[in-house]
Design a protein around this ligand. Structure first.
Ligand SMILES: [Mg+2]
Length: 178
């Protein structure tokens, strides 16, 4: 029953996703969540390590687009700073933002991954849109109350998924998430 929440890959942070891995998976584009995925929720800047990772992906020809539920004005600022297009007000976990992102990248769902820190937003939206899904640990515990509220449920579902190793999870990096 939790299959729809199953991420294809679980990582500690975005920079663990390597160019080689992306190539091996046949992925040519990434839809990237911003808050708690690329940067801390309250931060106005993306850390150097993540900027270097974005450069690596870009140099390898991987297309990227921000995919956020945030307001357009704020997300546009990061879009400009990072030099990539954006989809704001994505309304994840609904899949429509992913569809917009795919159109922006001009790639099919089968060649695109969504990367984010929330099971009930990023992963679910990606799964509903038929994308490869990568779940990362939130960059920091500082989050809005409505996100914090969902975390215990996320942890419960993740434990169930990891215990069962559902066959739909093509590539589970078996981390003992607490
Ligand atoms: Mg997030």
């Amino acid at each position: 029953m939790f299959r729809i929440f199953a991420p294809n890959l679980q990582l500690d942070n975005v920079s663990e996703l390597s160019v080689e891995q992306v190539r091996a998976l046949g992925i040519r584009g990434l839809l990237l969540d911003l808050d708690c995925t690329l940067k801390d929720y309250h931060s106005e800047t993306v850390p150097e390590r993540v900027l270097a990772w974005l450069d690596d992906m870009r140099n390898a020809g991987v297309r990227m687009c921000l995919l956020s539920n945030g307001k357009p004005r704020r997300i546009a600022r990061f879009s400009q700073a990072l030099g990539m297009p954006y989809v704001a007000k994505a309304f994840k976990p609904l899949p429509f933002g992913c569809y917009r992102g795919l159109r922006t990248l001009a790639l099919p769902a089968t060649e695109t991954a969504v990367v984010g820190d929330q099971l009930f937003a990023d992963v679910l939206a990606g799964r509903l849109a038929g994308l490869f899904t990568v779940l990362v640990r939130p960059t920091s515990p500082a989050e809005p109350w409505f996100t914090r509220l969902k975390r215990p449920f996320e942890r419960f579902v993740l434990r169930q998924l990891n215990a069962r190793r559902l066959p739909s999870t093509r590539l589970i990096h078996n981390l003992a998430w607490k």
